[in-house]
Design a protein around this ligand. Structure first.
Ligand code: BES
Ligand code: ZN
Length: 391
């Protein structure tokens, strides 16, 4: 405890933010400073890029402080050249939704039961911060949950088409990739549905249940995956579900994955990010927020058509105003990316990055709202992945 207080005190001093508690004691800066359960070398150097500015080197401590001040950035240390081969790729176009029967069949099997149970557990880790012990434990729990769902829900012959891998990162919490192999060769295309699994408090050592950001997206796409495999979904294209690590560290996990796909010249035809899907602000009507900046406009229009065709609620266009989630890594790599959120940016959950990002904080946290996003993920997978005729 003393060490946590010392860190907060240290960070407040550096940030010139007045320390909130009289209990805080200033202690000298120590490069080997460590907090139990966290593996952070505060003096290590990171290459950080803020909107419209050249990248700058700063220490990990300065990076934490920069985030706490509300500044937005990509940490490009490990993927400075992401997108350098993008110009070699051809522009994609997207179909008009037409797999109505198959999509509606799967939508009927969606339920809030799994999301409720899974999110109660997932948001009970003290934090899912990517450099913390509990962040690693939450990732292991998620990986084992996904494999149990595959075993329990996918018919045996479909199980042979499914692979689950951990994409390793140096910081310990790995990204998770599940692929349903398509009948077509992989170079014909990969469809990606994603969320970020990590959470953070404004000060990373403090509790971060991350129920909405992004526990909600995590269980939203897991429910879509469960429903699809329960219905023996056999795609033509390869359909993948990604749960990224370290989004809160500056899109680190998704940049590493996108860099790997780019290096292998993978043909990603579409990526759809789900980050915050649960909040319906009191006094507002339920809507799907469709982000229109830092996205592919054709794919975004396609998402609008899916909402009109398959959801119970309308969409509303909105903007983050910055590269606010993992879709931006795919966009930077030159792949068509899209992002849908719980509401307009303005009406979204203001408890994120705090100990109050909990399910039980308010009745504005809605599992039925979340389920609309599982519908969108199911429709995205079927309409873009295709469904092979069953024999
Ligand atoms: N989920 C948030 C982004 C967000 C916030 C979307 C509010 C919609 C409404 C995301 O996890 C996040 O916190 N992003 C960072 C930026 C990122 C590049 C580190 C942020 O907004 O500070
Ligand atoms: Zn966040």
């Amino acid at each position: 405890m003393k060490s946590i207080l010392a860190f907060v005190s240290l960070a407040c001093a550096v940030a010139a933010i007045p320390a909130q508690s009289p209990l805080l004691v200033n202690e000298p800066i120590d490069a080997d400073f460590h907090v139990d359960g966290f593996d952070i070398d505060l003096s290590s150097r990171r290459l950080v890029q803020m909107e419209g500015q050249p990248p700058v080197w700063m220490t990990e401590l300065d990076k934490i402080e920069t985030k706490a001040q509300g500044l937005k950035f990509f940490d490009i240390t490990d993927a400075p050249d992401l997108g350098s081969s993008a110009r070699l790729r051809v522009q994609q176009s997207f179909p008009t939704p037409n797999a109505t029967e198959q999509v509606k069949g799967v939508l009927k099997t969606l339920s809030t039961d799994g999301p409720i149970e899974n999110l109660e557990k997932f948001s009970s880790f003290r934090t899912r911060y990517y450099r913390s012990d509990t962040g690693r434990q939450s990732q292991q729990w998620l990986a084992s949950k996904i494999s149990k769902i595959t075993e329990a829900s996918a018919p045996e012959s479909l199980q042979n088409l499914i692979t689950q891998t951990e994409f390793s990162h140096s910081w310990g919490q790995n990204s998770i990739i599940v692929r349903i192999n398509g009948s077509a060769p992989v170079d014909e295309g990969i469809v990606i549905i994603s969320a970020h699994q990590d959470s953070t408090n404004m000060w990373p050592f403090l509790p971060a249940p991350g129920a909405d950001d992004d526990g909600s997206g995590t269980v939203t796409i897991l429910e879509a995956y469960r429903a699809l495999i329960t219905s023996d979904f056999r795609p033509v294209q390869h359909v993948e579900f990604h749960w990224y690590s370290a989004e809160e560290g500056g899109l680190l996990g998704s940049q590493a994955v996108a860099k790997d796909y780019e290096a292998r010249s993978a043909n990603v035809i579409a990526q759809s990010q789900f980050d915050m899907t649960a909040w319906v602000k009191r006094g507002t009507k339920e809507e799907v927020g469709i982000i229109t900046d830092y996205v592919d406009s054709g794919l975004t229009d396609f998402n609008k058509k899916l909402v009109d065709s398959y959801l119970e609620i309308p969409y509303v266009e909105t903007k983050c105003g910055y590269a606010c989630s993992d879709h931006a890594s795919w966009g930077k790599a030159g792949y068509p990316s899209s992002f849908t959120i719980e509401s307009t940016f303005e009406n979204s959950n203001k408890n994120i990055h705090s100990a109050n990002d909990r399910i039980d904080v308010s009745d504005e946290f809605s599992f039925t709202h979340m389920l609309e996003f599982s519908k969108l993920a199911v429709a995205f997978a079927i309409e873009l992945g295709g469904w092979t005729k069953s024999d």
